[in-house]
Design a protein around this ligand. Structure first.
Ligand code: AMP
Length: 181
């Protein structure tokens, strides 16, 4: 049985995250995790929980979504003694990439991964991580990329989930959110 966060940790983590109204535009309640990162107790409890949950998953890699997924993903990869892979916005990765488009409110965006990101390990077991899932478009495209380069997205993990947007319905892999709002 996979471990979920304790009530005490949940309260400490949640109270360390601040909400900025109307950023970056009118009507958005932006969840600012910089106040979690600069709070060693909250950040430490979060990382202890993630390490505890994922230590027995036999993961091969963690993939993090630009840019806040890099912070949690690389810290967790180091704790688990496995590699970290960045999923980036179009045009940022220097080597040969595979790309996936996803739709936004207006138009579309695109994410990319290096073709050799998982070192061609067949069916490499990958955990995808980001700070927050809203509509699920970004994470669903990132999970597709993982599969496109021959690896397996065994779970998608988010620190926060905006549950009312039903983003996880877009994602084929299992989804774990530390805190659902
Ligand atoms: P989505 O593709 O709609 O699930 O959006 C997820 C991406 O947008 C993540 O990388 C989040 O960091 C960012 N994001 C979306 N909504 C918010 C929000 N209210 N506060 C902070 N980040 C957000």
């Amino acid at each position: 049985m996979s471990k979920t966060v304790s009530q005490e940790d949940k309260e400490i983590i949640l109270s360390s995250i601040r909400t900025i109204p109307n950023f970056p535009k009118e009507g958005i309640q932006f969840k600012d995790i910089t106040t979690l990162l600069n709070n060693p107790e909250a950040f430490g409890r979060l990382m202890n929980h993630l390490e505890d949950r994922y230590k027995d998953y036999n993961l091969d890699f963690i993939a993090g979504i630009e840019s806040r997924g890099f912070i949690f993903g690389s810290a967790l990869a180091d704790r688990l003694g496995i590699g970290f892979v960045p999923v980036r916005k179009k045009g940022k990765l220097p080597y040969t990439t595979v790309a996936e488009k996803y739709s936004l409110e207006y138009g579309f965006d695109e994410v990319e991964i290096h073709i050799d990101a998982f070192r061609y390990k067949k069916e490499a077991k990958v955990l995808l991580i980001d700070d927050l899932i809203a509509t699920g478009g970004t994470a669903s495209a990132a999970a597709t990329l993982i599969e496109k380069v021959g690896a397996k997205c065994v779970e998608c993990c988010f620190i926060l989930e905006l549950g009312f947007l039903n983003g996880k319905e877009k994602i084929k892999s299992p989804v774990y959110s530390v805190i659902e709002l």
